[in-house]
Design a protein around this ligand. Structure first.
Ligand SMILES: NC(=O)c1ccc[n+]([C@@H]2O[C@H](COP(=O)([O-])OP(=O)(O)OC[C@H]3O[C@@H](n4cnc5c(N)ncnc54)[C@H](O)[C@@H]3O)[C@@H](O)[C@H]2O)c1
Length: 336
């Protein structure tokens, strides 16, 4: 299949482009480089052994996207493009709704006009809000508590309606847990252009001396060691989940919502211990108060993705840490 990846030069999009190539599909990447670097194209080409098609443009430019869909004879779209910083979404909700909800609407209009009605959408575990039970399954009630999560829920609603329309679309909604890690080549990984707000990029900064200390937000949660528990998933596993979702749509699936996680919860302290074990680096750390809006623990039930997509995460915490660190060292000269 020929697949358009919006936000294809970002963290998850770039790894998915490689997974698609490996599975025999042809990715075409579209990105406005708001949160990624143009050098990603060259790095992908170095790994793939040939150049990939990369279009510079904004997903809100309906005419440009429509032309890209026709010019490249696209069969399906994976929609990664969007803004993703929760705190920033609270401060600048309009930017988030305009880019994330407005971006999806513009994309869908372009797809409709180009007769391309198959889409895989990047959603997030954040749509579950405060977990009522663990592990969390796809039928758990949703209830986002910030504009980023609200935007994801609005997008999910729009896509659910399209799957039931007179001319039905094929839709796969993927709720990611906590993507970390990097491609084993060390050439592509997570490169936030601003100050990161998720754990692994902060761990990397503290490990490389760019941050004095890693603040552990909350050491009094009702978890085994008092620190918050999350379901970290290697980005290459996540990328392979997209291939599985796309191929299920190709086999005739009409609509699906899937958690993409490992099903394993790890605390901040467990992640830091794994990082130390995998890299030999002891990350300087300090306890800090809980952050508003953070939940104590959340991890996925991955049964549905296993059953219906035949997909399961294979890589563990040590590999996630080793690969993240390799990428960081290779790209900014941080010392071991
Ligand atoms: N990384 C995570 O922790 C996580 C978790 C859950 C869901 N998600 C979702 O997955 C998707 C991809 O996340 P990521 O971690 O790869 O983020 P990322 O920021 O690395 O990638 C997103 C890419 O989209 C591009 N982009 C943003 N707005 C655009 C626009 N209007 N037009 C064209 N390109 C645009 C950015 O330049 C960037 O390259 C996002 O939708 C995000 O909300 C991410």
């Amino acid at each position: 299949m020929r697949i358009l990846l919006t936000g294809g030069c970002g963290f998850i999009g770039s790894h998915t482009a490689l997974a698609l190539l490996e599975a025999g599909h042809e990715p075409v990447l579209l990105d406005n480089f708001d949160n990624s670097r143009r050098s990603v194209a060259g790095r992908l080409a170095a790994i793939a052994g040939r150049p990939l098609t990369v279009i510079e443009g904004d997903v809100r430019d309906t005419a440009l996207v429509r032309a890209a869909l026709s010019d490249h004879r696209i069969d399906a779209v994976i929609h990664f493009a969007g803004l993703k910083a929760v705190a920033e979404s609270v401060a600048r909700p309009l930017d988030y709704y305009a880019n994330n909800v407005g971006g999806l609407l513009s994309l869908l209009e372009a797809m409709d006009a180009a007769d391309v009605r198959t889409i895989v959408f990047s959603s997030s575990a954040t749509v579950y809000g405060e977990p009522l039970c663990l592990p969390i399954a796809e039928d758990h009630p949703t209830g986002a508590i910030n504009p980023y999560g609200q935007g994801k829920l609005i997008c999910e609603t729009i896509l659910t309606d399209l799957a039931r329309a007179e001319r039905p679309w094929r839709v796969s909604i993927l709720r990611y847990f906590n993507p970390v890690g990097a491609h084993p080549s060390g050439l592509i990984g997570e490169e936030p252009t601003g100050m990161p707000n998720n754990l692994m990029p902060l761990v990397i900064r503290a490990a490389g001396g760019k941050l004095d200390l890693l603040s552990i937000y909350g050491t009094d949660y009702p978890t085994a060691d008092g620190t918050a528990v999350r379901d970290y998933i290697h980005v290459v596993d996540l990328a392979e989940g997209h291939v599985a979702a796309l191929e299920a749509l190709g086999r005739g699936e009409r609509f699906g919502v899937y958690n993409l996680g490992t099903g394993q919860g790890s605390s901040v302290k467990q992640l830091l211990a794994a990082f130390n074990g995998a890299t030999g680096v002891n990350v300087p750390q300090a306890a800090a108060p809980r952050r508003p809006g953070d939940v104590a623990a959340i991890y996925a039930s991955t049964d549905k993705a296993g059953r219906e997509l035949g997909w399961k995460a294979k890589r563990g915490l040590n590999e996630m840490c080793a690969d993240s660190w390799r990428f960081a060292k290779r790209n900014d000269g941080a010392e071991e």
